[in-house]
Design a protein around this ligand. Structure first.
Ligand code: HEC
Ligand code: HEC
Length: 451
């Protein structure tokens, strides 16, 4: 054997080299996918391509190394094997005869991934080409999600061969973005009403007074509490703020520029997992959070008529919003800016733009009046005092309130302040928020409570 190897060349070694190269080539082909791990699906087509390359290597390398491999018969068999490998793989890849539905999709995912990679990373300068490339990225992402969903469905339930089965197991509608793939759970199965689909949620909350008779009284009570919290529930409010001061128009707004923080759809958003509590939070707990942290008050008992009124109001104005939909107008949007907030410039801005309503010491305009009776005379048409409420000091929100965080206050101010005329740039909003959040305010000390 030893002698034979020396004389005619080691054929086993030759084939080991070819096999190793083929395995390496198969995997190296995935390097141009966008997500090397996430989009690594076994692709039969790639296997066939590897076989073609292996066949070609056998022929080319053997012919170059004929002086090392001298056994004529073995050479003929080896070359024939190379030709056969190429022939078989070409037939398999071109006929796709072994490729089932799932194999097909598994092959297409890495393929789509390459399109994402090149569309994303190419040095595109023309805006029209950029738009086209972004469209391609979105389409590939959407199709990858559809294929991943279909692969799972077919593995679990088999192929759907009839139209009836197709109706029963529709592919959810996925949205591809240029940023990332939305998770399959964010997709809402096709066939549900069009307005229910994520992405085109309609903002069309019903009016409180239009609530059906059996809940109207509760809805109206909820509306009154959320508008004049301190007046309606003096025992539960510990400062000079009302829910309305941050959630304008009893939250019946689209948020954004000048709408404050919306409530429309909150009943579809909760219960929800929130980090602060490390557990799931229902709407009553969320409301009590604002009672204690924003109004520096006491939690309203969940089973009380007033809490039920607030929750009923939230449910009514969340009518037609699908449960757990992605509701674009809820919450404060973080401001995109690399600016480092500057307290000193914030102080100047405060004096110029905020003090006239919120007072030079952040105490709010309300202190110029002797509270309730006189304040009523200063209320505008919508029942609201146009003087600014306290921004810091004993009568403002606590240091445990969402608003006490620089990024929240900056976003709120950018979108809403000065009231009715929000003119701040993102950078100014960050500066003024740095100044306001650095001022003294009540300490929030109730954190040992279950919420
Ligand atoms: C024209 C008067 C006016 C000006 C100027 C004004 N605000 Fe306000 N601000 C209000 C009113 C009124 C509310 C409460 C809105 C409501 O209840 O409908 C409010 C609410 C707020 C709130 C939430 C409630 C609270 O007191 O914490 C913050 C925060 C706030 N303003 C910050 C600012 C900042 C920062 C500026 C300066 C950039 C500013 N405001 C300028 C009138 C004003
Ligand atoms: C000082 C401002 C302020 C006041 C006053 C205030 N809140 Fe809030 N509220 C916030 C902030 C900030 C958030 C968090 C917004 C976000 O998620 O980005 C919030 C969130 C909420 C949410 C959840 C909204 C969502 O999209 O998840 C509810 C419900 C709520 N508040 C109810 C109330 C009620 C009821 C009152 C009166 C008892 C009240 N708030 C008073 C600032 C305030």
């Amino acid at each position: 054997m030893e002698n034979n190897d020396k004389k005619h060349g080691n054929y086993l070694r030759f084939f080991a080299m070819i096999a190793t190269s083929m395995v390496a080539m198969f995997f190296l082909m995935y390097l141009n996918s966008y997500q090397i791990i996430g989009h690594f699906w076994f692709s039969e087509t790639r296997l066939f391509m590897t076989m073609i390359m292996g066949g070609a290597m056998i022929i080319i390398m053997l012919l170059y190394m004929l002086q090392m491999y001298k056994d004529k018969n073995k050479n003929i068999i080896t070359l024939a094997f190379g030709v056969l490998l190429i022939g078989a793989a070409v037939w398999l890849v071109r006929s796709q005869i072994t490729v089932s539905d799932v194999d097909y999709m598994e092959g297409m995912i890495p393929h789509h991934s390459i399109a994402i990679l090149t569309s994303d990373r190419s040095q595109i300068k023309d805006v029209r080409v950029r738009e086209l490339a972004d469209e391609i990225i979105k389409a590939q992402r959407r199709e990858i999600m559809e294929m991943q969903w279909l692969i799972d469905d077919i593995r679990k339930n088999g192929v759907a061969t009839t139209l009836e089965e197709k109706e029963r197991r529709p592919v959810p509608k996925f949205e591809g973005s240029t940023e990332k793939e939305t998770t399959p759970t964010a997709g809402i199965p096709a066939g549900t009403k069009k307005s229910n689909q994520t992405g085109d949620l309609k903002f069309n909350p019903p009016k409180p007074e239009e609530a059906p008779e059996n809940i109207r009284q509760a809805v109206m009570r909820g509306h009154a509490i959320l508008t004049n919290t301190k007046k309606e529930l003096p025992d539960y409010v510990g400062n000079e703020l009302n829910c309305h001061n941050c959630h304008f128009e009893a939250g019946l707004t689209k948020g954004g520029k000048n709408g404050g923080i919306s409530y429309v759809g909150v009943a579809a958003k909760y219960p929800k997992y929130r980090n602060r509590q490390h557990n799931s939070v229902d709407l009553a707990v969320r409301v009590d959070n604002c009672f204690m942290r924003s109004l520096n008050g006491k939690p309203l008992p969940p089973e009380s008529d007033d809490m039920i009124a607030i929750i009923t109001y939230f449910h009514w104005i969340s009518k037609d919003i699908p449960i757990y939909a992605d509701i674009p107008w809820l919450g404060l949007k973080p401001l995109e800016s690399n600016h480092k907030p500057d307290k000193a410039s914030g102080q100047e801005l405060y004096a110029q733009l905020c003090a006239e309503c919120h007072g030079h010491n952040g105490q709010g305009g309300i202190q110029h009046q002797t509270k309730t009776t006189q304040a009523n005379n200063h209320q505008s048409k919508n029942g609201h005092d146009e003087n600014g409420p306290p921004l810091w000091g004993d009568n403002s929100f606590t240091d445990g309130a969402g608003m006490s965080k620089l990024e929240n206050l900056a976003s709120f101010a950018y979108y809403n302040m000065p009231r009715h005329n929000p003119v701040l740039t993102r950078e100014q909003a960050l500066d003024v928020a740095a100044y306001v959040t650095a001022q003294p305010r009540p300490k929030f000390e109730k954190d040992d409570k279950p919420w």
